[in-house]
Design a protein around this ligand. Structure first.
Ligand code: UD2
Length: 313
């Protein structure tokens, strides 16, 4: 039974990880519940939720001084690109400073097997060459992307300089249960699913499409993400390495909506607006690197949507 710390563990991805590991391991979640929700966590005697911020140095120091962790997953972040443009100082504190505090604290943890940091495909910015390899041009364009990239670099460097066992991932577009649809910057699939929920309750609703719907993304289902993270933290080869976490396939929003529409046999009304400032036209991961340590996504978009729809509706 390992002792596992998951920061941001009440959020969408963090809670899925906590719920997965709690069957056989002891989980400590640190989450300030600013975006996460306690209800995302299943009731288990193996999960302890500490309500607090990863920027609270005293809290984090006390936690890491009193407990020895086998694995640490650092997912806590203000995961909104738009927010980072509005409030670069505040988001920098959460998205970057917290990583450096944590790295300093874990230098003293002797039994740590792995610290995994979660970064984002945002680091590639708008450089158009596809698919993105980990060694592709990095062009972070927003405070969010700059913080994620700098933090990634520190995480890898702490392994080289101080022997802290680290790895990092760059998430492409993750979707699945418990993703909060309530902000305009929530994942688009959670927003579409929410519109369908309204529609099925006979509420008048429409989905706002920013642009013509031909923009494409590499959407990865949450179950595959959990599998990828588990694989990385158990692989020696993954030490001090950064991995894309995607499927290696992309789909346009128009396509996505028609897949969901066909499976529910209902059409969503779409309200077209101008594309968002800074929106990337296409995004696609090259996943050869993570495949080289044994990853194979199980869910293509149709299979992932089927499972998600079954869960939600
Ligand atoms: C994703 C990440 C973001 C950052 C970025 C880097 C998510 C939720 N966000 O942003 O954190 O890492 O990648 O490139 O994974 N859209 C609509 N209507 C809506 C909402 C969205 O048309 O109501 C469009 C949006 O303009 C975009 C596409 O859907 O073209 C995907 O939007 P998103 O917010 O789900 O994800 P993305 O790729 O912009």
């Amino acid at each position: 039974m390992n002792n596992i710390l998951i920061t941001g563990g009440a959020g969408f991805i963090g809670s899925a990880l906590a719920n997965y590991y709690c069957k056989n391991h002891n989980i400590i979640v640190v989450d300030d519940l600013s975006m996460g929700n306690e209800k995302n966590l299943i009731k288990s005697k193996n999960i302890t939720l500490i309500k607090g911020s990863v920027t609270d140095q005293q809290l984090m120091a006390q936690l890491l001084e009193t407990q020895q962790f086998d694995y640490i997953f650092h997912l806590a972040a203000i995961a909104s690109v738009a927010d980072s443009v509005q409030r670069p100082l505040e988001t920098h504190h959460v998205n970057f400073d917290s990583v450096l505090y944590l790295l300093e604290l874990v230098k003293k943890q002797t039994g740590l097997k792995r610290l995994l940091f979660t970064s984002s495909a945002a680091v590639y910015g708008d450089e158009p060459t596809l698919p993105k390899q980990e060694e592709s041009v990095i062009r972070p364009l927003t405070p969010y992307a700059i913080d994620k990239f700098s933090a990634e670099k520190y995480v890898v460097d702490y392994c080289h300089l101080y022997g802290v066992p680290t790895s990092a991932v760059r998430f492409f577009n993750v979707y699945g249960p418990n993703q909060n649809p309530n902000s305009p910057y929530s994942g688009v699939i959670s927003i579409i699913m929410d519109c369908y929920k309204q529609l099925l309750k006979n509420n008048n609703t429409s989905f706002t499409m920013f642009g013509d719907g031909n923009q494409s993304r590499d959407f990865i289902y949450i179950d595959d993400v959990i599998k990828a993270l588990d694989l990385i933290v158990s692989s020696d080869e993954a030490l001090a390495e950064v991995y894309n976490v995607g499927t290696g396939n992309s789909v346009t929003l128009n396509n996505l909506i028609s897949i969901i529409g066909e499976s529910l046999n209902k059409d969503l009304s779409i309200n077209y607006e101008n594309e968002r400032d800074g929106d990337i036209r296409e995004s696609l991961a090259d996943i050869s690197k993570i495949k080289s340590i044994g990853f194979q996504p199980e869910f293509d978009i149709k299979k992932g949507l089927r499972k998600y729809i079954k869960h939600e509706l």
